[in-house]
Design a protein around this ligand. Structure first.
Ligand code: NAG
Length: 295
């Protein structure tokens, strides 16, 4: 199953920004690096401002809906549903958002929407994930993440998130703490229909100085920042399926932001990152390219 998915997966992060190696400082290619960095700065788009430092926002990462969802705060049960990105950006336009009140509250900012289901960490439990049917407005299913999940915050700079969820080209994932893994992130692949666990990996990525992470094409990218302030950069990449060659793994910088991110989630439909930083809802546009098959 995983092997078939692996072959179908064609995207990798394009190397938008490299950290120029010191020995290349005089290299003409340096100009190119700087230009590429500039491209990243331009690709940031603040689409809305909400006062709360914590929260998440997203589109359905597995369906065709244009709807945008806003979940304000790190513990709440109110979900705001906007018709599309435009109504999300222009607060005053009619129709206003639809208010959905969940029967349970979420914890942290790791929620995802996948194929009309909202998946979230149930507040007050250490490791329960709720699968909520947004159309029927009912709890569809629930599961317990094993292996010490939810006992500690995953990221040092985002202390309310104990379980982070992610969707990429391969489906649904959870990022969480583990038993005795000494601050290393654990990655678990979840089967979204049955909520069964497909596999868990102890990653080499540390929780120290981490603020967020996302999955893209089966690869985990962890964003770090020293003391929660910029620069925010990906310094740990974990490739559990072995689909990406070492030299293709990016060293990606994010545009300077005053605070750490509350969440950064990839959406495989539009290949953008949806992020929350200091109350701002941000889109980071990514460049992706087709991956050459491994020999
Ligand atoms: C929950 O969210 C709603 C609207 O987003 C807000 O009015 C309310 O104060 C929040 N409740 C808590 C406990 O934060």
């Amino acid at each position: 199953m995983m092997v078939a998915l692996q072959r179908a997966c064609l995207l990798v992060l394009f190397l938008e920004v490299f950290l120029p190696l010191p020995q290349h400082a005089q290299d003409p290619a340096m100009v190119h690096y700087i230009y590429q960095r500039f491209q990243v700065l331009e690709s940031l788009k603040i689409v809305r401002k909400t006062m709360d430092p914590d929260g998440s926002w997203m589109k359905d990462a597995g369906g065709n809906s244009a709807k945008v969802y806003l979940l304000i705060g790190s513990r709440n049960n109110t979900v705001w549903e906007f018709a599309n990105l435009r109504t999300f950006m222009e607060d005053s336009t009619k129709p206003g958002p639809r208010k959905l009140v969940l029967p349970l509250s979420w914890q942290g900012s790791g929620q995802v929407i996948y194929k009309s289901f909202l998946f979230f960490h149930n507040q007050g439990t250490s490791n329960e994930i709720i699968k909520y049917n947004l159309q029927k407005k009912t709890v569809e299913d629930r599961m317990l993440l094993p292996g010490g999940a939810g006992r500690a915050p995953i990221y040092q700079h985002s202390l309310s998130t104990y379980i982070d969820l992610a969707v990429d080209e391969h489906g649904l994932w959870a990022i969480h703490s583990g038993p005795g893994t000494q601050g290393h992130l654990v990655l678990t692949k979840i089967e979204p229909d049955t909520l069964g666990i497909e596999h868990s990996w102890e990653t080499p990525c540390r929780n120290q100085d981490a603020e967020a992470s996302f999955l893209l094409c089966g690869v985990l990218y962890v964003v770090y920042s020293f003391s929660g302030q910029g620069p925010h950069r990906i310094t740990c990449v974990y490739d559990p399926l072995g689909t990406v060659r070492e030299e293709h793994l990016p060293n990606l910088f994010f545009p300077k932001r005053p605070r750490s991110h509350s969440m950064i989630h990839y959406n495989p439909r539009d290949k953008q990152l949806y992020a929350w930083n200091e109350g701002n809802q941000i889109i980071y546009k990514l460049q992706t390219k087709k991956r050459l098959p491994l020999e």
